[in-house]
Design a protein around this ligand. Structure first.
Ligand code: MTE
Ligand code: MO
Length: 543
């Protein structure tokens, strides 16, 4: 037995790849696969990018308790957490594919192909993607498998007789006569060639992904936004000085566009240009309408101050904001289309496939103020808030009324169509519940004992706030001072002067709306139609 055969006792047991080289083969192959798919997707539809498509599918398949937990725990960073989690899982799978393939390329090939098939399945099941979009994950699949096998081969074998080849290494007795195993313990051509090639492939993958990013980003949303000037025909009345109590700790009455809360299922913000925007109003109508952005600009533009809030908001939660929406009357549009008798639901769809169902009666009532909105605070809608066009219906939670990146509107019935969240056990109809929140003091804050001003917000969109009361340690209810009312569709601030004995204190708030309803202490979870109960906090009054 000579040295070479003792190192390679049988052909099946040619030397195993070192761990690092094996992992690198898997990682680089998967990176190349994702990058190639990303570039092809950019040419067809950026949403076909396998990474995005898998992420979006994951969001849609996530059971609602998990989604709720994600929104509660990570807030608006939930998508970053998801993407980071996916990146981690894919990196681990890629490294594993390599590590399982230290001898034979088969296990890694199977794992790489499986990742590719997942991408194909995700793209095929995305509601808004055409079948041709499957080319993107198919490219990933093919590139992934080919690059994996190619690098694997390169790492295992080097060609015999090349200048600089490791002549010290014996040629294998069996199998391919023109190549022999790379001896990873000896620096030489095989090892160098693998390092150079794998680095080049990794760099190419990076360049391909960047090209995809560049091409996919060619829809210049910001240029489209900048080219638009909005001049409402009816402007919202100026916000009166006494509309907020920011000095006492409430939010500003108007939320800046940058601070406006954001909730949606879109992993990447749909990129639409105003000049390309079209929306069909169809279904149970007398006349179908097809609208362009210019059609909207040519209609009377109204500006209206409205507080939008999210059904996922916990009692005391942050998902409510207020803005001057600019848009056209949705009631006028539907009147023009002619709503057929029996149509009780307006089903709307977003560019990314998200759907929403709104009661027709809420849109059609004389004072509804439902808008096809195109602006917020004097500017065209920011991309993440639905540019170019979204819907807003005062008095309804966002998930049943506020479709962003709106592209389709169909008059139908609640019996015939279930929207995105209704399929996931949320309510079909969800008017906003009367609610109040304490903003100062914060839970567990230490404040001076004695005179102290507590403050917060209350809302009962479309009904109006009549009264807010607070009480300390379950004592008598005390009326809070309300800010100047802007309109019944916005929040209203409150402040209350307290006299606090030193020690641990509990503060509770309740609002009464203009229908005479007062918030009860009965708690309800956000699902299915919004949280209920009184915001109650514990804090400390310091002597
Ligand atoms: N296309 C689309 N529109 C959507 C959603 C979504 O997931 N996708 N979420 C809705 C929900 S649940 C809410 S609360 C509001 C939030 O709007 P904002 O992000 O502008 O605050 O948008 C609504 N419109
Ligand atoms: Mo929401």
């Amino acid at each position: 037995m000579n040295a070479s055969t003792s190192r390679q006792p049988s052909d099946a047991a040619v030397p195993r790849l070192p761990l690092r080289a094996a992992a690198a083969v898997g990682l680089i192959a998967v990176a190349a696969a994702l990058a190639a798919g990303h570039l092809v997707a950019a040419l067809i539809d950026p949403f076909a990018s396998p990474f995005l498509a898998v992420g979006n599918t994951a969001i849609d398949l996530t059971p609602h308790p998990v989604k709720d937990f994600a929104i509660r725990t990570f807030g608006e960073n939930d998508k970053i957490v998801l993407l980071a989690g996916m990146a981690f899982v894919i990196t681990a799978a890629a490294a594993l594919a390599g590590l399982l393939s230290r001898r034979s390329a088969l296990p890694g090939t199977v794992l790489a192909a499986t990742l590719g098939v997942l991408g194909v399945a995700a793209v095929l099941t995305r509601p808004t993607l055409d079948t041709i979009a499957v080319l993107a994950p198919l490219t990933s699949l093919v590139v992934g498998v080919l690059v994996f096998r190619w690098l694997h081969r390169l790492a295992r074998r080097t060609r015999v007789g090349e200048p600089g080849a490791d002549e010290s290494q014996p040629v294998e007795s069996a199998g391919e006569p023109r190549t022999r195993a790379v001896d990873w313990s000896v620096p030489g051509l095989g090892r160098r060639r693998f390092l150079i090639t794998s680095t080049a492939v990794a760099a190419a993958a990076g360049a391909t992904a960047a090209a995809g990013q560049f091409v996919g980003g060619r829809v210049d949303v910001e240029a489209s936004r900048r080219s638009i000037r909005l001049t409402p025909d009816v402007t919202a009345p100026p916000i009166p000085a006494g509309a907020d109590f920011t000095g006492d700790g409430t939010p500003t009455f108007i939320t800046s566009n940058a601070d406006f809360y954001r909730v949606d299922t879109a992993l990447s913000v749909p990129r639409l240009r105003a000049q390309d925007w079209r929306m069909r109003v169809h279904g149970l109508v007398d006349r179908e309408l097809v609208l362009t952005y210019d059609d909207l600009l040519n209609r009377p533009l109204v500006e209206k101050t409205i507080s939008l809030c999210c059904v996922s908001n916990e009692v005391g939660g942050p998902y409510i904001s207020t803005t001057n929406f600019i848009g056209v009357s949705l009631r006028d549009l539907l009147t023009e289309a002619g709503v057929r008798p029996g149509a009780d639901q307006l089903a709307t769809r977003s560019a990314d496939g998200w759907t929403c169902g709104t009661p027709v009666e809420d849109i059609m009532k004389p004072d509804s103020d439902a808008l096809l909105a195109i602006g917020m605070n004097g500017e065209p809608l920011p991309a993440e808030h639905g540019f170019p066009v979204r819907m807003v219906v005062p008095g309804l939670y966002g998930f049943v009324s506020a479709t962003k990146w709106l592209v389709d509107a169909e008059l139908t019935t609640f019996a015939d169509f279930d929207a995105y969240w209704v399929k996931r056990d949320w309510a079909q109809r969800a008017p906003i519940k009367t609610m109040s929140r304490i903003d100062r003091p914060k839970p567990f804050e230490q404040v001076p004992a004695g005179k102290f001003v507590a403050a917060g917000v209350a809302w009962a969109q479309h009904k109006g706030i009549d009264k807010v009361e607070v009480r300390v340690d379950g004592g008598p209810w005390q009326a809070a001072t309300l800010s100047t009312e802007v309109n019944v569709d916005t929040w209203r601030m409150w402040r209350a002067e307290l006299d606090l004995p030193a020690g641990s204190r509990t503060l509770e708030v309740r609002a009464t709306d203009r229908t005479g309803y007062t918030q009860t202490s009965e708690r309800a979870e956000p699902i299915p139609d919004g949280a209920a109960g009184r915001h109650t906090i514990v804090f400390t009054a310091r002597p």
